[in-house]
Write a new protein. Structure first.
Lengths: 110, 114
């Protein structure tokens, strides 16, 4: 099956700085890559996603890039704010089920 | 819309006991999923369903069973609970194709098996 690796596992940034989280996947059949934010005690919530026919997608302060050749995709958060502190998960979808990365705990220091 | 609801929020089981984790969604979604989340790990798929009466195994189905008699409900059954099933369980749903719809998650059930 698909294998998704995510780095780093923890990330601390100063408020206003940028944060980058990277994921790699193994199955070339994966064609959809969502990113989720999980706050303490809650279920994951979709924040942005990208399909395999697109190289980059942006939504205000967050953006995702996809390199199909290298099989990796990244989440970029600019101008970070304390409310961005959470655990972020990437996932890959080869057409039958979602495969998740192990998560990145992001702390934004005021 | 309540979205995806799960009950109970917390539960402690003794080894060998059984229980059912409840999941319901009011969005008329076809697809429903059960995941478990262990500390420091991502979500692992236990079972999923593409519609009433249709279920299939995910990555980690051993020790669990599911049924889908209605569109709204997707209960997860644990038989003979084991300490390895201590985890946080999330139910999720989405309408149709993953890349055109959002997957909505419930708030989770924290299960401890002692």
């Amino acid at each position: 099956g698909e294998n998704v690796e995510q780095h780093p596992s923890t990330l601390s940034v100063q408020e206003g700085d940028s944060a980058v989280i990277k994921c790699t996947y193994s199955d070339s059949a994966s064609n959809y890559f969502p990113w989720y934010k999980q706050e303490l005690g809650k279920g994951p919530q979709l924040i942005i996603d990208i399909r395999s026919n697109v190289g980059e997608k942006k939504d205000q302060r967050i953006a995702v890039t996809l390199n199909k050749t290298a099989k990796h995709f990244s989440l970029h958060i600019t101008e970070t704010q304390p409310e961005d502190s959470a655990v972020y998960f990437c996932a890959a979808y080869p057409g039958n089920q979602f495969y998740f990365g192990t998560g990145t705990s992001l702390t934004v220091i005021p | 819309n309540a979205g995806v609801t799960q009950t109970p929020k917390f539960r402690i089981l003794k080894i060998g006991q059984s229980m059912t984790l409840q999941c319901a969604q009011d969005m008329n979604h076809n697809y429903m999923y059960w995941y478990r989340q262990d500390p420091g790990m991502g979500l692992k798929l236990i079972y999923y369903s593409v519609g009433a009466g249709i279920t299939d195994k995910g990555e980690v189905p051993n020790g669990y069973n599911v049924s889908r008699s209605t569109t709204e409900d997707f209960p997860l059954r644990l038989e003979l609970a084991a300490p390895s099933q201590t985890s946080v369980y999330f139910c999720a749903s989405l309408n149709g194709q993953a890349y055109t719809d959002t997957q909505y998650f419930g708030p989770g059930t924290r299960l401890t098996v002692l």
